[in-house]
Design a protein around this ligand. Structure first.
Ligand SMILES: Cc1cc2nc3c(=O)[nH]c(=O)nc-3n(C[C@H](O)[C@H](O)[C@H](O)COP(=O)(O)OP(=O)(O)OC[C@H]3O[C@@H](n4cnc5c(N)ncnc54)[C@H](O)[C@@H]3O)c2cc1C
Ligand code: FES
Length: 290
């Protein structure tokens, strides 16, 4: 249960206080991969749930009683409202405390924050989604947005790489997309110790050999650890992608989430306000962005 130490929204006043979290109930915990679980949340106040408008690529500040707050990307698509899905890796104080909670317990949520992917601008174009490791968490929202609004996009390609099949996030869901004709779903693992993996084995950038991408009509959305950006850019740029067609989801340490504290600033940009989605053009013009 949420302790009284956390100041929670109880009435319309929350609209005026950007720091006030709203109570949400954990309605499901999917123990997907050790230390990478998916928490499905539903706001207690139905009106707050109805008015919650996220874009793919936005995040929430998740608060746990007595532990604090952490920014977490929304993994579910706005095309499937009613609940929020957060894919959370256990790494420290807040995420540890979250893993100790159970279904029906309450957490605090404020947001959504950040710019998200410019989906309206991307309409009418091909989509290339490239994710490594936990990078699938924010890209999953864009993936389902594109599949649910399929008529708005041309060719949709997903390239996702994990260390091995056991650590692949959303594995069952993604494997079920491999045979679909409305998406080219390319999944790879660095190694397959069990010898049972039926998809690709090899490093993520190798998947570019298996896809036909037209850089003039494609927006590439990339998310993963820094090494992923390095190697994926080495494939995208020679293809002729313009710098504003490469969109990257970048993380910085955050505190307020609303552009007040300066914790997440890079040069003249705040990651929580102007990001976390940046074009490659932004990334090369802001030192230390990647
Ligand atoms: C926009 C955004 C979206 C995110 N989305 C997700 C998501 O979808 N899923 C997810 O699992 N995570 C996500 N994260 C990362 C998540 O917010 C962090 O892992 C967060 O720190 C977890 O909080 P914690 O209290 O559990 O861990 P912490 O106690 O903050 O520790 C996290 C790690 O950071 C190290 N660390 C702690 N303090 C510092 C410091 N001052 N300087 C450097 N390193 C430090 C710790 O040693 C540990 O390895 C996102 C972050 C951002 C900015
Ligand atoms: S987290 Fe405070 S300004 Fe971005």
């Amino acid at each position: 249960m949420l302790s009284p130490a956390i100041d929670v929204a109880t009435g319309p006043g929350w609209l005026e206080n950007p720091y006030q979290p709203h109570l949400a109930r954990i309605v499901r915990i999917y123990r997907m991969v050790p230390d990478n679980w998916v928490f499905t949340l539903r706001f207690l106040d139905e009106e707050i749930g109805r008015n919650f408008r996220q874009q793919p690529g936005t995040f929430v500040m998740l608060s746990i009683p007595g532990a604090g707050e952490a920014p977490i990307s929304i993994s579910s698509s706005p095309t499937r409202p009613g609940t929020l899905e957060l894919c959370v890796r256990r790494v420290g104080r807040v995420t540890d405390a979250l893993y100790r909670l159970q279904s029906n317990d309450l957490v605090g949520v404020r947001g959504p924050y950040g710019n998200g992917f410019p989906v309206e601008v991307m309409h009418g174009n091909d989509l290339l989604l490239v994710a490594g490791g936990l990078g699938m968490a924010p890209l999953r929202s864009l993936l389902w947005y594109a599949l649910d609004r399929r008529e708005h996009f041309g060719q949709v390609t997903l390239m996702y790489g994990a260390k091995n099949p056991a650590s692949m996030l959303f594995r069952e869901e993604l494997v079920s997309l491999v045979d679909r004709t409305d998406i080219n779903c390319l999944l790879t693992v660095d190694s397959d110790p069990g010898g049972t993996w039926k998809n690709h084995v090899g490093l993520l950038p190798k998947l570019f050999d298996r896809a036909r991408i037209d850089p003039r009509t494609t927006y590439a959305a990339v998310c993963g650890p820094p090494i992923v950006y390095k190697f994926v850019l080495e494939r995208l740029l020679p293809l002729g992608f313009s710098k504003d067609r490469i969109l990257m989801s970048l993380e910085r340490r955050m505190k307020c989430g609303v552009g007040k504290c300066g914790h997440c600033s890079i040069g003249y940009k705040y990651t929580c306000l102007h990001g976390p989605i940046f074009t490659y053009w932004d990334a090369i013009n802001l030192p230390e962005m990647v």
